[in-house]
Ligand binder design. Structure first.
Ligand SMILES: Nc1ncnc2c1ncn2[C@@H]1O[C@H](COP(=O)(O)OP(=O)(O)OP(=O)(O)O)[C@@H](O)[C@H]1O
Ligand SMILES: [Mg+2]
Length: 454
């Protein structure tokens, strides 16, 4: 007999999880990435090669790292197609000039290696990024996300032994970049591409509230605090009615902290602060703006940037840093640099300091990042977070003392400075930690059961 179940999918900026509710009414998180540290949590990444074959999650990261280690660079090549085409000629003073027939020449990208796509969720609401160019073929972002969701669905269906067509997908209160409706429309199309027939959405913090509040029978008002890789989402919910009193979001998350660590602690190894030329100018700020994440770094890999680096070499006060910058961009090291930041940041949640080591061609970084420094770097974010909590309290029309419990989830909620802030505001006794990486999916599964059994 069909199990009549539905899925909850948490498609996160960094991690994705899928769950359903079993016959004992318990959430089951499916092990869709068997080789990952936590097999229930699949990294939201896609590795794609020239033939548009794809890998997802841990195998995707491993394949990309192998490519970089083997130095499989993509190259551009100009080829003649063998066809002849008409080219319009500019009109001259004499008037009409007939089209010219010339051989067609196109640029093709060649590579044995593939490309890694990451933080797709942060682009879902972007009007600029509507297509992703995969080795010369333009794919709509909903198609790309659809491939990821399709893989999640297939792996989950395989474990369950049945094709499940109903899903509740989580959404942040505010997508990075705004345009929430655009992002939701694209997610709906992606879910259809993945093969889902009935698709509903729920706010991620409300989903977390469902998971947290499952056994709550007495009256209480809870603040749900979901701090992930891309966004912070806060809901205030009255139990046991599950009445939503407020929903607010702030489009910053763990990725933003990684950028801050790079900018403040590592950019000097790549030329920040150095001077060049007769007038001893600083390198253009746009270069460092392009280092906000590893993907942007990969976009610097152009001939014109290689020429710029040659230009900056003249009378440069830090020639070593220029070599490092060149190696970072042209040897595809951005991903590795940012992975190491991620590791250090996570370790700083349980240590006072952590070493940052990165050794590669022309790059040698051996430094230590302290928790103290990290907390200073994110000080202005903590102020914004405090304002966001206050905004939620105001929207719910309650005071902080009236909050009975604060339920935290999301990887970035593990940062001690975040915990301390909540503790100062609400008191340690009220803070309840949910599973940082799976509680949203579990709550979405509860919601799915509720919605689809109506
Ligand atoms: N121990 C830790 N200390 C600090 N940060 C951590 C820790 N573990 C994970 N993170 C951060 O948490 C983020 C991932 O959390 P999570 O899986 O909840 O996000 P997500 O659901 O993918 O993102 P979002 O909900 O914003 O779309 C990453 O930025 C990661 O660096
Ligand atoms: Mg999340």
């Amino acid at each position: 007999m069909a199990k009549k179940i539905s899925y909850g999918i948490d498609f996160g900026t960094t991690n994705s999880t899928i769950a359903y509710i079993n016959e004992r009414d318990e959430p089951v998180k499916l092990k869709i990435d068997p080789n990952a540290d936590n097999p229930c949590v699949m990294r939201s990444v896609i590795y794609v090669n020239q033939k548009l074959d794809m890998l997802f999650g841990k195998p995707a990261v491993d394949a990309y790292i192998t490519d970089v280690a083997l130095n499989k660079e993509s190259k551009k090549r100009i080829i003649e197609t063998g066809r002849m085409i008409k080219v319009a000629q500019p009109a001259n003073a004499g008037g009409f000039v007939p089209d010219k027939i010339v051989p067609e020449i196109i640029e093709v990208e060649e590579s044995d290696g593939g490309r890694l796509l990451q933080a797709l969720k942060s682009n879902l609401s972007s009007q600029i990024v509507s297509n992703i160019n995969l080795f010369g073929s333009n794919k709509p972002i909903e198609w790309v996300v659809g491939q990821f969701l399709k893989e999640m669905k297939q792996r989950a269906d395989e474990i369950i032994g049945e094709s499940i067509n109903k899903v509740v997908i989580g959404r942040p209160v505010e997508y990075v970049g705004g345009n929430n409706q655009l992002a939701i429309d694209r997610m709906r199309s992606a879910a259809k591409i993945a093969g889902f027939k009935e698709i509903e959405f729920e706010y991620e913090p409300i989903a977390a509230a469902y998971d947290y509040g499952i056994d709550i029978k007495n009256k209480q008002i809870s603040l749900i605090y979901d701090f992930g890789g891309g966004t912070l989402d806060i809901s205030i919910v009255r139990f046991p009615e599950k009445e939503v009193l407020a929903n607010v979001g702030l489009p910053i998350g763990g990725d933003h902290f990684n950028t801050k660590i790079f900018t403040s602690e590592l950019s000097q190894y790549f030329g920040k602060g150095s001077k060049y030329g007769l007038r001893q100018l600083s390198l253009p700020e746009s270069i460092f703006a392009s280092m906000k994440n590893w993907y942007l770094i990969s976009l610097l890999k152009t001939e014109s940037f290689a020429n710029s680096i040659e230009h900056f070499k003249f009378m440069n006060t830090n020639p070593k840093a220029l070599l490092a910058l060149k190696s970072l961009v042209f040897n595809n090291l951005g991903f590795g640099i940012y992975e190491e930041i991620e590791k250090v940041k996570k370790n700083l949640s349980s240590k006072e300091f952590e070493k940052y080591n990165f050794i590669a061609k022309d790059i040698e970084i051996n430094t230590t990042i302290t928790k103290n420094v990290f907390e200073k770097i994110i000080q202005d974010d903590l102020v914004n977070i405090d304002k966001t909590i206050n905004k939620a309290l105001k929207a719910a029309n309650i005071k902080s003392e009236e909050i009975d419990a604060v339920a935290t989830t999301g990887g970035s909620s593990l940062i001690p400075a975040i915990y301390k802030q909540l503790q100062n505001k609400f008191g340690a006794k009220k803070i309840k930690e949910s599973d940082a990486f799976t509680s949203v999916a579990a709550g979405l599964a509860h919601r799915a059961k509720e919605i689809f059994s109506r």
